[in-house]
Structures are given as structure tokens and as C-alpha cells.
Design a protein around this ligand. Structure first.
Ligand SMILES: [Cu+2]
Length: 157
């Protein structure tokens, strides 16, 4: 009968919808959350950050615990290969505050937050696939002159 056939096909449709609607379980997806703070004394509160090797995404939250405005004591958090730190900082200083002190399109910057002032917080999330396990990475604040003090070692794996 038509009725039976249509209910069977409805069943088949439902089954197809269920199968198609369930996303594959991404058991391997692991977001690792790291936190760091900057202050009015031009310092990060950590000299080192470590993301475990099984992270697939890395989220870094930067909090500016000071009171000074961005123009005077802005901070960001930028991740680079250790060898690129000085060049990235110099290019960023030349790029100016309107570019968050990061040269637009700078491929050496693996990840970076925006620049913030006292009392603000910001974060950046990036795929761990951008990093090599055991590679030599550093983070810095790209505000002119800050990287002399505001830098640290970033370990992955
Ligand atoms: Cu800074």
C-alpha cells in the first residue's frame, strides 16, 4: 500500500538524516588554554609557557593588570620562532600603533593578540599544527621597546 511504502521511505529518510546529521566525533580535538598577564612595569608574569604535545588548538589569554592606557603601556602577546623575534619587533615598531605594532601580513608572526591597555583582556586561538614539536619559539610584546623585558620561551610538546 501507498501508506506503508511512504512510512518506510520516511523511516529511511529519518535514518539518512540521523547519519548525516551526526558529526564525526573529534576525539583528537583538544583546546589547551594558557594564561599570561602584563603589568604597568612592562613585565609579563611568566617567563615560559608550555602547551602539551596533544593540543590541537592553543588558546592564549592576555590580561593587562595595570592601569595605564594602551598608548603609554600597551601590551600584546605575539608568538614567533626564536630567531625571528628581533626582526618581528623592529618591523612591528615601524608599523605603528594603528597596526597593533605588528607589520601587516608579517608571516613570521605565528599568532598574536590585539594590543590592549590597562584593565583589558584579550585572547587568540591558533592551531597547534602551526608549531613543530620541540621547536624553538618565543613570545613577546611588540609595543616598541617592550620586548627587552616582555619576552618568554614557548614550549610545544
Ligand atoms: Cu607591552
Amino acid at each position: 500500500m501507498d501508506l506503508r511504502r511512504s512510512s518506510l521511505s520516511a523511516l529511511a529518510l529519518t535514518a539518512a538524516w540521523l547519519c548525516g546529521g551526526i558529526a564525526p566525533v573529534q576525539a583528537a580535538d583538544k583546546v589547551c588554554k594558557l594564561e599570561i598577564a602584563g603589568n604597568d612595569l612592562m613585565q609579563f608574569d611568566k617567563k615560559e609557557l608550555t602547551a602539551p604535545a596533544d593540543c590541537t588548538q592553543i588558546e592564549v589569554t592576555l590580561t593587562h593588570t595595570g592601569k595605564l592606557p594602551m598608548a603609554a603601556m600597551g601590551h600584546d602577546w605575539a608568538l614567533v620562532k626564536s630567531d625571528d623575534l628581533t626582526a618581528v619587533a623592529n618591523a612591528g615598531a615601524a608599523a605603528g600603533l594603528q597596526s597593533n605594532y605588528i607589520q601587516p601580513g608579517d608571516k613570521r608572526v605565528i599568532a598574536a593578540t590585539k594590543m590592549i591597555g590597562g584593565g583589558q583582556s584579550t585572547s587568540v586561538t591558533f592551531p597547534a599544527s602551526l608549531l613543530m614539536k620541540g621547536g624553538s619559539y618565543m613570545y613577546l610584546c611588540t609595543f616598541p621597546g617592550h620586548n627587552a623585558l616582555m619576552r618568554g620561551k614557548f614550549n610545544f610538546g
